[in-house]
Design a protein around this ligand. Sequence first.
Ligand code: CA
Length: 277
Amino acid sequence: MPNVTLIPSFTNRWKAVLLLGLALVVCQCQPGSTAEPAKAPSPENAGAPKYGYQIVNIWAHDPHAFTQGLVFHEGKLLESTGEEGRSSLRRVELETGKILKKNDVPVPYFAEGIAVLNGKVYQLTWQHELGFIYDAQTFERVGDFKYEGEGWGLTTDGQSLIISDGTNQIRFLDPASFRVTKTITVADNKRAVDQLNELEWVQGEIYANVWHDEKIAVINPETGRVTAWIDLTGLMPAEELQDPEAVLNGIAYDQAGSRLFVTGKLWPRVFEIKVKR
Ligand SMILES: [Ca+2]
């Protein structure tokens, strides 16, 4: 059995002290000359560019809506709200915030993202691996669907249902079979971008909320590369929000009017914004 000791010998400790002292002397005597200069980010290391925003309009939003999904459909907002016992699907008048129609989602389901495809609303649930299908006009529940893993955000490119699950992966599902047809891994340069939440398909790109982040990731749907960040820092003044979970979540795009709407969980307002590139 080898003679192992966990206590360094006096000699080793002395060497360590001497080396540390020498290192300090070098650093103090030659400021700047031997220290590694801070590396400026080279183009291949740089993250995606950051865009700003301009507020175009401010509308009322139900401050009790724990927003998990937001869509603009036929002149109205459709909204999915979460939390067990408080989950719902709503049709909301943009200009007043008035709830025109509301379907409660039964306990124990925690509703998440929604998308409208071919006249139907698809609604995810968080951890039950079960989605609900409604008629987009009547909100009548016309079917269910299953998927693997958690459900967070949902959108559509007009062909597939596009689902996030809180990781850095986005899956494309066939809306007939609900099989996964494609998976993209989202990264800004080489840095994985996870906690992807509410989604919106905007002019050929995926916009994604990132949980507890005030920036929206703009994602290339083919490669998963983040091509830009829309920095919405300060959009909703923090002093007006009491709940730490009242975070930015909810993106809707009015394709015909080229209008972009954003809100947050428990936010009292919906903002129409213009992205400043
Ligand atoms: Ca959305």
